[in-house]
Design a protein around this ligand. Structure first.
Ligand code: SAH
Length: 482
């Protein structure tokens, strides 16, 4: 398995080292800390989040900073050892190369390669590695280890003093200093055929040369499946921890990713074989049609929205575009909508449970519907004593609508009704404020805010950190006996 390689840089000196590496390994992608590093392929603002996201999306990670920073950042996402991509720490001046994770996925090979470029010795700590000089477990391209599950025992046996014989041609093991013995019980078998490993075998299979890697789009075409896929996915509010695994999977398998630039960036990082289509186009139907056109050629297309794709986002336009189309190739596309954590739910969870009873979700934008409808809905929702979540609450072009909405609320609700203002929830700049309806003014709100308005039963109380908990009880009128 090969991993796309990401280099994370935090300083100008680190950038020099990264460029030295890239000069010999042009396939790497450099991520630079915004405002500190110039000339990177991509910039990021939060090291921890970026390194976790890259790692979780299956990138080999090279961090040009202290090993401790990288380990601490990744600690909470370290899981399945088998699938772990390589992670290396490199001193920002290039003086030390330290493989940290990914012993079975080639970290030491990568460490050697980079150490050679930087003209230093890699700090390899895997005992099997040190002893045998080369990583048995990482054959060169064209060979595949058939039984990696037996490798640990195999190496332990070798380290314990057993000898080994090699059958077949394994040029990469020539300098391995293996304890060779023609009568050995352990065997390394290199073969072109599909043999089942015996006990004590480590089997490397030579792959036929005509199956060199093809992109999934080409593979689809080769296999003759003409219809592609279109997934309309919700990224959640921002933090990848809030993204469902199925979305991560389709992003990983995507040939094309479409969406507003901010969301496409949020969904990344991506490999160089994936095509990004950053659309500024405000016309949703046009974007939806574009997605079908691409998918109909047999590609795997993912369209990203923040939060949930079905809540004031792209899923509706996509389904509508399909409904309007008579093109058979569009109807043959495998269409899938994958949900996400919507802004109201993310903000609600941060503040307690303000949406714990009946509630409704309203967009205050009158771009696509008349303002009278919005006013009417707010009035009726207030009268029905629903808690509410307001999306798209205000913008430069829509300055007077939110004040009108607040006036309506004050007609129906007490001035001490709790209001939650969630801004950039799940993103590095997240803020959450709990105020009252009396205190709510439009200047505290912008397009990156979701407003939660309590019902007549919603209440709040102090929490230890100085903020407030908010909840809407599930009983109505009088509390049932408990
Ligand atoms: N599909 C999205 C909503 C898109 S409409 C979802 O389900 O969340 C855009 C509005 O959503 C913004 O104006 C804001 O009101 C709200 N919003 C989106 N992301 C947000 C976030 N991270 N924090 C607070 N509000 C957010």
């Amino acid at each position: 398995m090969t991993y796309p390689i990401a280099i994370l840089v935090l300083s100008a000196l680190g950038m020099k080292t990264a460029l030295r590496i890239k000069a010999s390994m042009p396939e790497v992608t450099i991520y630079g800390l915004e405002a500190r590093v110039e000339g990177a392929d991509f910039s990021y603002t939060n090291f921890g989040e970026t390194v976790r996201q890259l790692y979780q999306n299956g990138h080999a990670v090279i961090a040009l900073c202290a090993a401790g920073i990288t380990i601490r950042s990744l600690a909470r996402v370290l899981g399945d050892k088998g699938a772990e991509p390589p992670v290396l720490a490199i001193a920002d001046d290039g003086s030390a190369v330290v493989p940290l994770l990914g012993g079975t996925t080639g970290v030491n090979v990568l460490a050697r390669q980079i150490a050679a470029i930087l003209e230093v010795s890699p700090a390899i700590t895997t005992s099997g590695e040190l002893r045998f000089g080369t990583c048995l477990l990482n054959p060169p391209p064209g060979f595949e280890l058939k039984n990696p599950e037996d490798a640990k025992t195999f190496i332990a046996d070798l380290l314990g003093g057993k000898t080994v014989r090699i059958e077949g041609d394994a040029p990469w093991l020539q300098d391995a200093n293996l304890p060779l013995d023609d009568d050995a019980e352990l065997r390394i078998l290199v073969t072109s055929s599909d043999v089942a490993p015996h006990k004590g075998d480590l089997v490397f299979q030579r792959k036929p040369t005509d199956t060199k890697s093809v992109s999934s789009a080409e593979a689809t075409t080769l296999a003759g499946h003409k219809h592609g896929r279109l997934a309309v996915v919700g990224l959640g509010p921002g933090n990848p921890d809030f993204m469902i695994p199925a979305v991560k999977r389709v992003l990983n398998n995507a040939d094309d990713v479409l969406g507003y630039e901010t969301y496409v960036r949020m969904a990344g990082p991506f490999r160089s074989d994936q095509t990004l289509h950053m659309t500024d186009n405000r016309e949703e139907m046009q974007r939806a049609r574009r997605a079908f056109e691409l998918a109909a050629t047999g590609r795997s297309v993912v369209m990203v929205s923040s939060g949930d794709p079905g809540i004031f986002a792209m899923a509706t336009a996509v389904v509508e575009a399909l409904h309007e189309s008579v093109d058979a190739s569009w109807h043959a596309v495998e269409l899938e909508i994958l949900p996400g954590v919507s802004a109201a739910l993310a903000a609600a969870s941060r503040s307690g449970a303000p949406l714990g009873h009946d509630f409704c979700v309203l967009s205050l934008s009158d771009n696509l519907k008349p303002w009278e409808i919005i006013e009417k809905r707010i009035s009726l929702a207030a009268e029905a004593d629903l808690a509410m979540a307001f999306y798209n609450p205000i913008s430069r072009h829509r300055p007077w609508q939110l004040p009108r909405a607040i006036d309506i609320l004050r007609k129906y609700r007490n001035v001490d009704t709790p209001i939650v203002l969630g801004r950039d929830i799940g993103r590095p700049a997240e803020t959450l404020r709990v105020i009252t309806l009396a205190e709510l003014t439009p200047d505290q709100v912008d397009m990156r805010t979701v407003i939660i308005v309590g019902s007549s039963l919603t209440r709040s109380f102090e929490r230890r950190d100085g903020g407030k908990w908010v909840y809407t009880p599930r009983w109505y009128g009088t509390k049932p006996e408990s």
